[in-house]
Design a protein around this ligand. Sequence first.
Ligand SMILES: [Zn+2]
Length: 319
Amino acid sequence: MPYIQTITGRISPDKLTFCHCHEHLMLRKGKSFDVNQALCIDDYDKTLRELSDFYSAGGSMVVDAQPVGCGRMEEELQALSRASGVHIIASTGFHKMLFYPENHWIFQYSCEELTALFLQELRTGMYTESDISAPCRPIKAKAGIIKCAWDVCGLNRQYEKLFRAALNAAKKTGAPLMIHIESGSDPLTLAEYLDKNQVPLGRVIFCHMDRVCHRLSIHKEVCSRGIYLEYDTIGRGKYHSDEQEADIFSELIHAGYENQLLFSLDTTRERLKAYNPSGVGLKYILHTFIPLLKTRGITDTQIKKISCINCRQILSFNL
Ligand SMILES: [Zn+2]
């Protein structure tokens, strides 16, 4: 039977009742912080407050999208899951290259070494303390998803090596493959590349297209190939209003793609209320955005698909 692989162990998909598919719950201070000071989320008690509030509001699961060697705080995530009751899925894989210091091991590892690392993190256990030194301290908690980043440069040598490794691991395990899409990149070229490399497109999530790709015809074309879309520009006025975000959901649902939509907040330090009182906080979708979707005629059944049924489908696998 397929299961969801959380940081505290395998669970039956029916334990997932309401899920955010792309958050950042903990993020160690490092190169990401140098790039953007909101990319440091390192206070256990504050994150616990957010997760406990999320749980009380009806949240049951969160995917943490910080991959190995890039500020991921796997041991804290495990403790937070136990303390809050929220199931957490940890990520292996890789982020955009600008989030790694120049001499990082990820640039030195071969495709074979990276494949073995990602497989190890999914099958046996993740590595901790690998932001600076190469992974050498394994823990028992496993990753349950492969995160990758598709950058504007497309597939230069570095990204090609990383992508090949992530695709190898995805094909060998059936684990979900979640891909950060960057503004100015070409999602259709990526879909084509995945297809050519025999990645089952029904196991793939494209993230952030609601803020980086304004042509909804491209969203629909991506969905028509079986790929899931994870929208997370919710409560983010600097990109667009919630009304505009609701329009995007509405249009994709009316086009027949309600079985392939997911949502989340893609939190940073600034967006988590426990860190910043004017942030939205993890309860925002449950308390604010879902009521807005309902005013657009989006039904309870459709909301259940986005928050639960679709997540069960994409996040379950059988190693
Ligand atoms: Zn993210």
